[in-house]
Design a protein around this ligand. Structure first.
Ligand code: AMP
Length: 365
């Protein structure tokens, strides 16, 4: 049980990171009568446009961090690559949710995998690759095809190289920049799903419905609810995600991405990755649930009761990546579609510019 008093309307939530997730968190907080102070080194951050206050400073700037901690009532983060030292520094000055354990584990793929091992949660076979010479023993363990992934700072398929039969493993090691990595067996999955849940300060957990995700070039393309998954597998996925949330003593939204293997596989669910924050595969909740993942996260970190995450509609979320955003006039006119644009000044290939939620009456339940 956490003893920090709840955040009351009128108080200020500090958000580390100023991307679209921070922007949508700040919008949700505003609807709850809270205001947000966004801290981000990039002056062009999309969250600044909707925040009551901003700090533009590096994450290592202790004077700026101390002033930020003094100006807010609680601190959270919208991405997991905030340095752990930054969070530790702030935690000495203000309540911080989620805590250091969620951040440090989720920002390192090896720590993540070790947590799963410790909790008895299945993942793809993997091995640590700390130096070039390790790659051969790792392949012997994980087999081919395999994916070499940087331990830290990878996202949207970046920092990854596939090693197929006949490929030179050293070329993969060079391609990822010769940095500490893990090698993972390539999983012939049937589909990908994720669980987006929230854990409150009191330890209570509420999960959104399981989402089915399609990635293209390592980047999320669509998320659909309901997912094509049996009730038994859905229950198993929810139990796995809950176990992880408890193991991290997490407070806030947590996303757990999983592979679903074909029927007949010894274990049908493997955890791929966790995110200790609101997640792209939960964006459909804004328009298909009684409460969005953004409001739920703010509620959790603010010490409010978690909201009912019930889903009232079916939904498909489609990311608008790069110049796909140019279709906005047609999307804005499309019946049943809710368009969300991030206000980014510059369109670049691979950059997430917005998303559209296509909503239909609920087909199940
Ligand atoms: P990640 O950055 O680890 O979430 O990887 C991005 C996407 O790449 C995943 O959602 C999958 O579509 C694909 N991927 C990652 N790891 C594997 C794997 N071990 N086997 C098959 N596909 C993978």
């Amino acid at each position: 049980m956490n003893e920090t008093p709840p955040i009351r309307p009128g108080m200020i939530v500090g958000i580390l990171g100023g991307g679209q997730l921070g922007r949508m968190l700040a919008l949700a907080a505003a609807e709850m009568g809270l205001s947000c102070h966004v801290y981000c080194p990039d002056p062009k951050s999309p969250a600044f446009a909707v925040a009551a206050a901003r700090t533009v400073a590096p994450y290592e700037d202790e004077a700026a961090l101390a002033a930020f901690a003094g100006a807010v009532d609680v601190v959270t983060f919208e991405f997991e690559n905030v340095p752990a030292e930054t969070l530790a520094f702030l935690a000495g000055r203000a309540p911080v949710f989620p805590g250091a354990r969620s951040l440090t584990i989720a920002q390192d793929r090896l720590f993540e995998k070790r947590l799963m091992e410790a909790e008895g949660i299945p993942t793809a076979p993997f091995a640590e690759v700390a130096k070039q010479a390790d790659i051969y023993s790792a392949i012997a363990r994980a087999g081919r095809p395999a994916i070499l992934k940087t331990r830290r700072l990878g996202y949207d398929g970046k920092g990854q190289a596939v090693i197929r039969a006949g490929d030179d493993p050293v070329a993969a090691w060079r391609a990822i920049g010769e940095v500490p990595a893990i090698l993972e067996a390539y999983v012939a999955f049937e589909r990908e799903v994720s669980v987006v849940l929230a854990r409150g300060r009191d330890g209570g957990i509420r999960a959104f419905d399981i989402t089915e995700n399609v990635h293209e070039n390592g980047i999320l393309a669509t998320s659909t609810v309901p997912a094509w998954i049996t009730p038994a597998l859905a229950d198993e996925a929810l139990a796995i995600a809950g176990t992880i949330a408890v193991a991290l003593d997490h407070v806030g939204v947590l996303a757990v991405e999983m592979f679903v293997l074909p029927e007949g596989a010894p274990r049908r669910l493997l955890v791929n990755e966790i995110a200790p924050r609101v997640h792209n595969s939960g964006h459909w909740t804004s328009d298909a649930c009684l409460c969005s993942q953004f409001e739920q996260h703010i509620r959790a970190v603010a010490g409010w009761p978690l909201a009912d995450p019930a889903r009232h509609s079916d939904a498909t979320m489609t990311n608008l990546i790069g110049d796909a955003v140019d279709a906005w006039p047609a999307l804005a006119a499309e019946p049943g579609a809710r368009l969300h644009l991030y206000g980014k000044a510059e369109t670049r290939p691979g950059r997430k510019m917005g998303h559209v939620n296509r909503i239909a009456p609920r087909s199940d339940g």
